[in-house]
Design a protein around this ligand. Structure first.
Ligand code: MG
Length: 297
């Protein structure tokens, strides 16, 4: 299932993407008195029950010929982040691809332990949203295409063997970074948390539809020119280890988003560096997860 949130005619809703159409679930739920949660985040917290509720609603609507009346063209919607409200910071893994660690410094920069930082909740943006260039505070804004994991089940001290049971699905994140601020202030936080510097989406693909999250191609283009072309198979620390490490002393909650790191090819890695400019269009495609597109203001 491809679960998305959107706005249409000034109203927020969420739905299921089916090719170039979106089944608008909230009106459909009202029509059948199905009592779907009003927010994707609350649905995710219900886990499998939420997905079953959606499946039976879709089956019923289909058999009674009510589906087309609750279906929109994707052209009609204004995409929102798949979870428009995030409960806490986006958790990010740094330098999780060898060649990227090297382009950011040298082979000495390949981490021995998982490197974790976060992006504040003000960073969240949707597919198609315009991202500010923030030129009054940075001259080195950069892109980072990443596979992100959405947690579906609460957990503490999760073992690597159990970690995948805690995954709800996958999406794409653009970990937009002000390199100059990242460096100047010691901690990454300020350089990683400019407003709308974390486009997410376009949708969450539920985990049953992703056979192996460590075998997905990932491609980032700027104005149509491919800058990052890699595979999630090249991650240094894999998803079970990331979830297990994070959860040893910190409870993971449904709706937590973990960006798993970016491969080589960021703007900083070029000589001379190729930072973002006004009007640049960034497309990130992860196999099976769609294409996250944003333009710089
Ligand atoms: Mg990153």
């Amino acid at each position: 299932m491809k679960l998305c949130s959107f706005e249409v005619e000034g109203k927020e809703s969420y739905g299921i993407v089916d090719g170039d159409r979106v089944i608008d679930l909230l009106p459909l739920s009202s029509y059948y008195n199905a009592a779907l949660p009003l927010r994707v985040l609350d649905g995710i917290a219900k886990g499998e029950e939420f997905l079953q509720q959606i499946s039976s609603l879709l089956q019923r609507a289909k058999s009674e010929g009510e589906l087309s009346g609750h279906t929109l063209s994707i052209e009609e919607i204004n995409w929102l982040p798949p979870m428009p409200e995030v409960k806490r910071n986006i958790i990010c893994v740094g330098k999780n691809y060898r060649e990227h660690a090297i382009e950011m410094g040298s082979s000495d920069d390949i981490p021995e332990h998982i490197m974790i930082f976060t992006k504040a909740t003000n960073t969240v943006a949707g597919h198609g949203h315009t991202v500010p260039l923030h030129e009054d505070v940075t001259s080195q804004l950069d892109y980072e295409g990443e596979l992100a994991v959405v947690i579906g089940k609460r957990g503490i001290k999760i073992s690597p063997d159990d970690a995948m049971d805690h995954v709800f699905g996958y999406t794409i994140v653009n970990d937009i970074t002000a390199r100059d601020l990242q460096k100047k202030h010691g901690q990454f936080f300020i350089g990683k948390s400019l407003d709308f510097s974390c486009p997410i989406g376009p949708y969450i693909v539920t985990k049953s539809e992703v056979a192996d999250p460590h075998q997905l191609t990932i491609t980032t283009s700027v104005n149509g020119e491919v800058r990052q072309s890699s595979s999630t198979g090249l991650m240094i620390f894999r998803i079970p280890d990331i979830i297990s490490t994070l959860s040893q002393g910190m409870t993971l909650e449904p709706g937590d988003i973990i960006a798993t790191g970016t491969p080589a090819g960021v703007g900083k890695g070029f000589t001379p560096p190729r930072y973002l400019k006004a009007g640049d269009r960034i497309d990130i495609e992860v196999e099976g997860l769609g294409n996250l597109t944003n333009q710089l203001q």
